[in-house]
Design a protein around this ligand. Structure first.
Ligand code: ADP
Length: 271
């Protein structure tokens, strides 16, 4: 399981994104072609305005390209209708944001459950158990009923990571995940992401910090809406992993508490 890198799980071909502002056209992406292998850990870097967020938004099915293709698995999802796009988003993609984006009025467990609601799943004892397992896996087993305000930034980001895993997504997209954290906490979060990656999760992360990018296996640098360089990081000896996540994640995701398609079908037929 460790260090496996398989066929492309996501692929963009000649991706172009233009924004039209009155008489001005802004080219945010000017023909980006990239393949993302399953099990890889990619850092997207580049100066401000180089197109990183635009690319991440397109990869996250939050927006559509002006032209070009986006294959997620075998499906071209570039030009899907809104409903289909949000369906793909909720089933196949996990998001981690710089500012965590947790719901203030919800507890840790309830925040982890949120993507299941978007997916149209029925929440029950099984889904609750799964969310608790994920909270435990990210080290928040003793904070299940806390609300975001009662947690440190690092703890909030751990909740967000557990939330990103709840749908067992194909790809985790992380936008400056340590941007609001001090360096010690950043390292802890990067260690957690590294362990998830070692457990097989594909991660694409935007960062402008070299030391954060050094945790990734591959670094793609953008400039002026194009790929400037695309290199594999030298394998660096990581801080000794605790092993917890790598050991536990496959079990959590495969556990009896795992959301299965019948839960979703049941919930959909209820609506
Ligand atoms: P980065 O994330 O690397 O800072 P962005 O993807 O945010 O870069 O932006 C790339 C370019 O596209 C910039 O010139 C930016 O001003 C422009 N841009 C991004 N989003 C929009 C938008 N919604 N409307 C108009 N221009 C945009």
């Amino acid at each position: 399981m460790q260090n496996r890198i398989k066929a492309p799980i996501a692929r963009v071909v000649d991706l172009v994104k233009r924004y039209y502002l009155e008489s001005v056209t802004v080219s945010a992406l000017s023909g980006v072609s990239l393949e993302f292998a399953e099990g890889d850990f990619i850092a997207l870097m580049g100066p401000s305005g180089s197109g990183k967020s635009t690319l991440l938004n397109l990869l996250g099915c939050l927006d559509r390209p002006t032209s070009g293709e986006y294959y997620l698995g075998h499906d071209n999802v570039a030009y899907m209708e809104d409903d289909d796009l949000s369906d793909v988003r909720s089933r196949y993609i996990g998001f981690i944001f710089q500012s965590y984006n947790l719901l203030a009025q919800y507890t840790v467990v309830e925040n982890i459950e949120v993507p299941l609601l978007y997916q149209g799943a029925r929440l029950n004892a099984k889904t609750r158990e799964r969310c608790i397992s994920l909270a435990e896996m990210v080290g928040l087993g003793n904070r299940l009923d806390h609300r975001p305000m009662q947690l440190s930034g690092g703890q909030q980001q751990r909740v967000a990571i557990a939330r990103a895993l709840v749908n067992d997504p194909h790809v985790i997209l992380a936008d400056e995940p340590t941007g609001n954290l001090d360096s010690k906490t950043s390292d802890e979060i990067m260690m957690l992401l590294t362990e998830l990656n070692k457990a097989g999760k594909t991660i694409i992360m935007v960062t402008h910090e070299n030391d954060i990018a050094s945790w990734a296996r591959r670094v793609v640098r953008m400039r002026d809406g194009r790929v400037e360089s695309d290199e594999r990081n030298k394998p660096v000896p990581l801080a000794p992993p605790t092993g917890d996540v790598a050991d536990v994640l496959p079990q959590v995701l495969a556990a009896d508490g795992m959301l299965d398609q019948t839960d979703i079908a049941d919930a959909e037929s209820d609506r």
